[in-house]
Design a protein around this ligand. Structure first.
Ligand code: SF4
Ligand code: SF4
Length: 169
C-alpha cells in the first residue's frame, strides 16, 4: 500500500493474505523482535496514518474473536454502569484466565451487538488500547502483534506498510 492507497479492510481478504504470507510473517516477527526500539517511531507514524482510515464500527473482529483480559480497575465502572454489584458482574461475565488474570468468559464478547460495543464508554482497558500501535515497545510485543495480522485490518495495513518502509520486502 503506498501512501495514497486505501487500506485493505475486507476481513476475508486479510485472512487469506495472512495465511498465504505465514512464512514471511514469521520472518518479520523475528525482524521486529530484533529491532529494539528502533522502529517504534515509524510504527506510530504509520499507525497515525492508517488508523483513521479504518472503521472499527464496520469491523468488530477483535470483539468477535479475541479473549479479552480484564484488569481489576475495569470492573467497578462497568458494573456500576450495568447497575449490578461487582460479584454479580464477575460471575455473569468473567472467568479465570492464565495465572490470576480474569478474562471475559465468552467469545464473541458479551457486550458486542452487531459490530458495536454496547458499553463503549465503559469498555475494558484492553479494548481501549488494542491494537497497541500508538505506543512504543513494538519489539517486545512483536509476537502478539503479528498474531493479529490476519485478524485486524489496522494491524494488517500497518505491517504491510512497515515491511515496505523498512525494506523488508
Ligand atoms: S467490551 Fe466492547 S470493545 Fe471490549 S471486547 Fe466487548 S464489545 Fe468489544
Ligand atoms: S481494532 Fe482492528 S479488529 Fe478491532 S474493530 Fe478495529 S480494525 Fe477491527
Amino acid at each position: 500500500m503506498s501512501h495514497s492507497e486505501r487500506p485493505v479492510t475486507d476481513l476475508a481478504v486479510i485472512a487469506a493474505i495472512a495465511a498465504q504470507e505465514e512464512a514471511e510473517n514469521e520472518r518479520f516477527t523475528r525482524f521486529l523482535k530484533a529491532s529494539g526500539g528502533q522502529l517504534d517511531d515509524l510504527v506510530m507514524a504509520i499507525n497515525a496514518d492508517v488508523e483513521p482510515q479504518v472503521s472499527c464500527i464496520d469491523c468488530g473482529n477483535c470483539c468477535r474473536s479475541l479473549i479479552i483480559h480484564v484488569e481489576p480497575a475495569d470492573i467497578p465502572p462497568l458494573a456500576e454502569h450495568l447497575a449490578i454489584d461487582e460479584a454479580a458482574f464477575a460471575s455473569r461475565y468473567l472467568e479465570k484466565g492464565m495465572g490470576d488474570a480474569a478474562v471475559v468468559s465468552q467469545v464473541p464478547c458479551h457486550f458486542l451487538s452487531g459490530n458495536c460495543c454496547t458499553v463503549y464508554p465503559h469498555r475494558f482497558s484492553a479494548c481501549r488500547s488494542f491494537p497497541h500501535l500508538d505506543v512504543p515497545g513494538v519489539a517486545t510485543r512483536a509476537f502478539a502483534l503479528m498474531q493479529q495480522v490476519g485478524r485486524c485490518p489496522i494491524v494488517f495495513n500497518v505491517i504491510k506498510l512497515l515491511k515496505s518502509r523498512t525494506g523488508f520486502c
